[in-house]
Write a protein that binds this ligand. Structure first.
Ligand code: ADP
Ligand code: MG
Length: 652
């Protein structure tokens, strides 16, 4: 029945000229016919109006006063407006019709991540289309960016989770000594999935499919208790909405199995963190993937131009890409053993790199036939996926027919990163179009453009090991930016070239950028404030008292042992060591309290974030070190919170 209603609505709306609304109705099959009564009507000028329970859906108004504003508006201007995003499916969740919407302020500034993302997709589509026309692709009428975000996460036992205030309040462990067995054996990655986890994954897939989310593969990840979900790629906007739904459902469904899903970037120190691999490409309405190298010299030339555009865009806006993944959580991951470093670079694979080198130097390409690569003349060799996919350490890797950006953190929305990527590439394509459209000899101009671009931006290309310390030094020599922490990175959002990029392409106005920069700084400070206070609380009320009881029990044992004359070396040594460490812990807790109090007096958002990073964060680390050392010599019965071993190996 519902299907018939949806179909009828679809036909009706299409007839009224609402062509691009068609896919709204596909997921509506869960709505009963009665509920559709007032769903659709015809307004003035024959415009289609969508209603639900008497409310107009296309535009709405709500109170946005509790939204962080970053100085965008005063409380009396707190109205926020929502607008239905017709490019993303509406869906039914918990018997409620959910409508993907854009959200903006009274003054029209974007308050959400969707609006800038849509703006960036539009500008990239426009510039891509212009270039495609230059190559004579007359049949192409629209293009879109596509994304498939692979999502990493941890599952831990709910009872254990609840015994850890750090996990409850901050999503990560603020204390915890390393277990005797970590991930060194890599046995989890290919190991069998535990029955409870398997059941969770199955239900998650089914629930996601019901909402139209194209979950594809579920498997274990490198760290114990770590897993991954990959969807089938789709339009960036949909992929972004779907990823949000995926994260929400992961958390909800985990609870049904007595589990908690951790989406934090670094829940466990010294263990792999979680990221989100943003697989990105551009495709045409004729079904062509722009980053598929193609089979004719002609297609290859077009591919090389788009490839050069990405190289230039990533080089020129490497700081913005870094900023788009900056968060307190991701700071623990970038540059730690498993994740890409905080320096952005591109991996192309040896074959493609050799081709670009040959083009740049006008040398012969050293493949089967030693020929000079001439754009528009020669056919590129095929790049099988396994030659381009080997480097797992690169932040930005070409993987055969798409790019995989791996710096994004697991809890982040994929919107910001894609907004930056789309806008940067659009800007470069615009510059390329200026040059190519005026050229007398197109092929020659193209050849020169690709050659000059490679020459000017090859510093961003790096095919080696991104985890290697020596790369960071080399990157510095090449002049690449390296912002290890969020407060290091964020201020560059307002660098002149970045403001220019976003405002000229109408993706963010300067006001919107400033507001976002402020909000991101505030968020950073808030997170560190909560983490530090949680540590203080746990040390005061759980850890120090537990250690003190254990020391007391050892001291009692010594006294009674003396009576019968048995050896008390262990009791004496350990109680002495623990009491010293506990006293030191007490001092550091006091120091941390002061540092937090001071950082909270700083009102400027940027300075406050710096104060937390420079004055609070190091003391948090100092405290953690002491507590973790005490954990290794305190009897397990006395230790007040589940250990790393309990958490990482606790799910059966
Ligand atoms: P794997 O990494 O598991 O070998 P793939 O390389 O096929 O598998 O895909 C990894 C992710 O990249 C998936 O989410 C997939 O949907 C996505 N992906 C594949 N092709 C594209 C594309 N053209 N644009 C965007 N994402 C893509
Ligand atoms: Mg991947």
């Amino acid at each position: 029945m519902a299907n018939i209603v949806a179909k009828a609505m679809l036909e009706w709306a299409t007839e009224k000229g609402a062509t691009h609304y068609t896919h709204w109705f596909q997921p509506l099959t869960g709505i009963t016919a009665e509920k559709h009564d007032s769903f659709i009507s015809l307004g003035k000028d024959n415009k289609v109006i969508l209603n639900f329970s008497g409310k107009e859906l296309v535009k709405g108004e709500g109170d946005a006063s509790s939204f962080p504003s970053g100085g965008l508006r005063a409380t009396f201007e707190a109205r926020g407006y929502t607008a239905w995003d017709p490019t993303s499916y509406a869906f039914i969740k918990d018997n409620t019709l959910c409508i993907p919407t854009a959200f903006c302020s009274y003054g029209g500034e974007a308050l959400d991540n969707k609006t800038p993302l849509l703006r960036s997709m539009e500008v990239l589509a426009k510039e891509t289309l212009k270039i495609l026309k230059l190559f004579g692709n007359e049949d192409v009428t629209s293009v879109k960016t596509t994304v498939g975000p692979e999502q990493e996460y941890f599952l831990v036992d709910k009872e254990m989770f609840e015994k850890r205030p750090d996990l409850v309040y901050t999503g990560r462990t603020l204390f915890g000594a390393k277990p005797p067995k970590g991930q060194e054996l890599d046995d989890h990655y290919y190991g069998s999935i535990k029955p409870k986890v398997q059941a969770f994954m199955k239900e998650l897939d089914i629930e996601l499919w019901k909402l139209g989310v194209l979950a594809k593969t579920e498997h274990n990840e490198v760290a114990p208790a770590q897993h991954e979900l990959a969807p089938i790629f789709t339009t960036t906007n949909l992929a972004t909405d779907h990823n949000q739904i995926t994260m929400e459902l992961m958390q909800k469904i985990a609870k049904r199995y007595g589990l908690v899903c951790l989406l934090h970037e670094k829940p466990f120190d010294g263990v792999n963190g979680s990221g989100k691999h943003n697989n990105w490409s551009i495709s045409t309405n004729t079904g062509v993937n722009i980053f598929e190298p193609g089979e004719t010299p002609y297609e290859n030339a077009q591919f090389l131009l788009f490839l050069s555009a990405v190289i230039k865009a990533v080089d020129e806006y490497q700081d913005m890409l870094r900023i788009s993944v900056a968060s307190a959580g991701n700071d623990h991951r970038l540059g730690a053993s498993e994740a890409p470093p905080s320096v952005v670079s591109i991996f192309l694979g040896d074959e493609l790199q050799a081709i670009l080198d040959a083009i740049e130097k006008e040398e012969k390409y050293d493949a089967k036939e030693k020929e000079q690569m001439r754009i528009g003349v020669h056919i590129l060799p095929k790049f099988p996926k396994d030659t381009t996919d080997r480097n797992r350490t690169s932040p930005f890797a070409f993987t055969g027919n798409k790019f995989e950006f791996r710096m994004l953190g697991s809890s982040a929305s994929i919107a910001d990163t894609n907004t930056v990527l789309n806008t940067a590439v659009a800007q470069v394509l615009k510059e390329f179009y200026e040059k190519l459209s005026r050229a007398e000899d197109f092929t020659l101009a193209l050849h020169d453009l690709v050659k000059d671009t490679i020459k000017a931006h090859k510093r961003i290309l790096f095919n080696g090991n991104g985890y290697d310390e020596s790369w960071i030094k080399e990157a510095e020599k090449r002049g690449l930016s390296n912002y290890p922490s969020t407060p290091d990175a964020l201020p560059h959002m307002l660098d002149e070239k970045n403001v220019k990029l976003f405002s000229e392409n109408k993706v963010f106005s300067e006001v919107e950028l400033k507001a976002r920069c402020e909000i991101l700084h505030e968020n950073y400070s808030k997170i560190l404030n909560i983490e530090a206070r949680t540590m203080i609380d746990m040390a005061n009320t759980l850890i120090m008292p537990a250690v003190s009881s254990y020391v007391a029990s050892l001291a009692n044992a010594i006294v009674s042992a003396k009576v019968i004359g048995i050896d008390t070396t262990y009791e004496a040594k350990v109680s002495l060591k623990l009491s010293k460490l506990n006293a030191e812990t007490y001092k550091v807790v006091e120091k941390l309290k002061e540092a937090v109090a001071h950082a909270n007096t700083v009102t400027d958002a940027q300075k406050s974030a710096r104060a937390f990073r420079e004055k609070v964060f190091p003391v948090m680390n100092e405290l953690r070190e002491l507590v973790d050392e005490m954990e290794t010599i305190t009897a397990k019965d006395y230790w007040p919170i589940p250990s790393y071993g309990d958490l990482l190996y606790g799910v059966k």
